[in-house]
Design a protein around this ligand. Structure first.
Ligand SMILES: C[S@@+](CC[C@H](N)C(=O)[O-])C[C@H]1O[C@@H](n2cnc3c(N)ncnc32)[C@H](O)[C@@H]1O
Length: 207
């Protein structure tokens, strides 16, 4: 891959909506190679954190912003067999669709409006690499919590760029102070070690 073909650094300058969608359309074919070349650790960290908090592995997991399915592969390796994926990029989803048997269902859908599920149906949800500037907004954290059954767990990552935006931590604190969620797990560690990018992996449990 030449410098001109690389996308990763541009992923942190996205403006959201159509701009972000068009970016992932162009990145889909080389996404996995580039992100793996940079040591992408977050899917495995998130899957391990979810497995530690949601011990019933038979629950269905909603993988929001599933992309090409790297997050689904990590969730499956951690023991979660029933995965529903969603993403607003058809080009990214096409690669996930090519991974036979990985997802029970895959749906095209924008996390911002509306979320692709009825409230209170999922025992777990994941958003790996999805809360980041120009991607999904902080309010989506609370909306995803609404999709969970009582006691259900939501694992997500917040990379160093997301952590510069206080809205994500404000949303997490607000859900806890309203008694809607409790933080079951938090750890700061590797995200993309080859470019020195770290992230928080957080699990919120629906109260
Ligand atoms: C960095 S990729 C992560 C993909 C996958 N979870 C992984 O770990 O490889 C971010 C994904 O989020 C999707 N995405 C970003 N904003 C979105 C939104 N508002 N609604 C739906 N999908 C979104 C992108 O299309 C992309 O596939």
């Amino acid at each position: 891959m030449t410098e001109a073909q690389k996308f990763l650094k541009k992923a942190y300058t996205l403006k959201g909506g159509a701009h972000t969608k068009s970016f992932y359309k162009d990145w889909a074919a080389s996404y996995e190679q580039e992100i793996k070349d940079n040591g992408y650790a977050t899917p495995y960290r998130c899957a391990a954190a979810l497995a530690a908090c949601q011990t019933d592995k038979s629950v269905a997991v909603l993988d929001l912003g599933c992309g090409t399915g790297l997050s689904g592969e990590a969730l499956k390796a951690a023991g979660f067999a029933t995965l529903d994926g969603t993403d607003f990029s058809q080009e990214m989803l096409t690669y996930a669709q090519g991974k036979q048997g990985l997802y029970r269902s895959l749906k095209l859908g924008n996390l911002d409006n509306p979320l692709p599920a009825e409230p209170g149906v999922y025992g777990a949800a994941a958003a790996v690499g999805v809360f980041s500037p120009g991607h999904a907004t902080a309010e989506m954290i609370g909306k995803v919590m609404d999709l969970l059954t009582a006691g259900g767990c939501f694992v997500f990552s917040l990379n160093d760029n997301a952590l510069k935006d206080p809205s994500y931590e404000t949303e997490i604190a607000g859900l806890q102070s309203q008694g809607l969620a409790e933080e079951a797990f938090r750890e700061y560690g590797d995200h993309l070690p080859k470019i020195g990018m770290k992230c928080i992996v957080c699990v919120l449990r629906r109260v």
